[in-house]
Design a protein around this ligand. Structure first.
Ligand SMILES: Nc1nc2c(ncn2[C@@H]2O[C@H](COP(=O)(O)OP(=O)(O)O)[C@@H](O)[C@H]2O)c(=O)[nH]1
Ligand SMILES: [Mg+2]
Length: 370
């Protein structure tokens, strides 16, 4: 039996050397990854040491002897690679399960609509419920439904599920309108739109308080909109400023409070809000979320705000996404309705007051895009 030790910088290199000497019949007896010391952890070198043999007895029963003699090698790159592959396989399994679980039992004529709902990101369990509803009715009536009939039934499913959830814009019953939400979702643009509507359509006297004092540009942005509406703006750096601002604007009908977007995945920033804004005021508070965000991220943010009196959601940027299913998922999950959705940057045009029908239309509009 021949026995030889090989040192190389990678496993691949070491194996190449082994193969050069022994060919494919080589048996690896042991392998090790070692690190030379280097200096302060820098310039460390990694080397692989392999002991290989060539033995005729191994050739007769090569598999068995290899299994016994090979010691496991754990290379950091291969672990990462394996982990990546595992994640991909898991995701694949999840996808397959979802498809099977929701669609296999349904007839072909239902699949276009169910697929569209899936593309919209509506949760699988809801798609299954919708599929069951339509399919059962088809069986009951012993007919195939046209697409229009299917759509009609789907609408009844949504009406049943959403009927006790409140939709609709500001009530004009409360003096303060407060918008919260992450950075860049469109808070300032959206309150400018709502304020403009209140002024132009309802002839209300409107004003603004901004607590977004982190960026000069944010104050200027709000001032620009306020100037167009000839409405006053107060800037609140702290609690005292906030109280002064309220006093100054007390004769107005509606006061819109613009807040800074922060990383609300961190509880600290959420807590800061309650220090600055007096939530006990006569106030409607909206949480603004962008439909371009991942549902999971929106979900995390909503959970951070569970201690705040969130009246309704405002969903922005529906023009920038083809999947609005997450809106319905979140409404149903949290039992919180929607006041407005926005679909563009134009003030005040690109703002729609939400209703149950409008939200369902928005979701089913995916059908024309598909
Ligand atoms: N496409 C699109 N862009 C929007 C919409 N709403 C706001 N934006 C844009 O999003 C960016 C951030 O808006 P801004 O109001 O400053 O967000 P804030 O940081 O939450 O106050 C701006 O460029 C807005 O014009 C929308 O509905 N659709
Ligand atoms: Mg802003």
């Amino acid at each position: 039996m021949k026995l030889k030790k090989y040192t190389a910088s990678t496993m691949v290199e070491a194996m190449a050397k082994v193969r050069e000497d022994f060919g494919d019949d080589a048996v690896i007896l042991s392998s090790n990854v070692t690190k030379t010391n280097g200096f302060l952890g820098l310039f460390r070198k990694r080397s692989v040491e392999v002991v290989a043999s060539y033995d005729k007895t191994n050739i007769e029963r090569p598999y068995e002897s290899q299994v016994r003699s090979v010691q496991p090698v754990v290379e950091p790159e291969s672990v990462e690679h394996m982990q990546r592959e595992m994640r991909e396989i898991k995701q694949l399994l999840k996808d397959i399960q979802q498809v099977d679980h929701s669609f296999e039992k349904f007839p072909d004529e239902l699949l276009p609509i169910l697929n569209m709902l899936q593309l919209q990101g509506l949760e699988g369990k809801y798609i299954t419920e919708i599929g069951n509803l339509v399919f059962n009715r088809m069986k009951q009536d012993k007919i195939d439904f046209t697409k229009e009939q299917q759509m009609e039934l789907i609408r009844t499913w949504f009406s049943d599920r959403l009927y006790d959830i409140p939709f609709g814009g500001i009530t004009y019953q409360k003096k303060f309108i407060n918008v919260l939400g992450p950075t860049g979702v469109g808070k300032t643009t959206t309150i400018a739109k709502i304020a403009a509507r209140a002024l132009l359509e309802e002839k209300k006297k409107v004003g603004f308080i901004t607590t977004d004092t982190y960026r000069i540009a944010a104050i200027e942005q709000l001032r620009t909109y306020a100037n167009l509406l000839q409405a006053p703006v107060e800037i609140a750096y702290n609690e005292e400023d906030f109280r002064t601002a309220i006093e100054k604007l007390k004769d107005l009908d509606l006061i819109f409070i613009d807040t800074a977007g922060r990383n609300y995945k961190e509880a600290k920033f959420v807590n800061d809000l309650s220090k600055l804004i007096d939530f006990s005021l006569d106030m409607e508070t909206f949480l603004v979320l962008s439909t371009t965000s991942k549902e999971q991220d929106m979900d995390t943010i909503i959970r951070q705000f569970t201690n705040f009196p969130i009246e309704k959601f405002i969903f922005t940027k529906t023009d920038e996404t083809d999947s609005v299913g997450s809106i319905i998922n979140l409404i149903l999950k949290y039992d919180i309705g929607v006041s407005y959705y926005t679909d563009g940057q134009e003030v005040p045009e690109d703002l729609t007051e939400a209703s149950l029908e409008k939200m369902v239309d928005l979701l089913l509009a995916g059908d024309s895009r598909a």
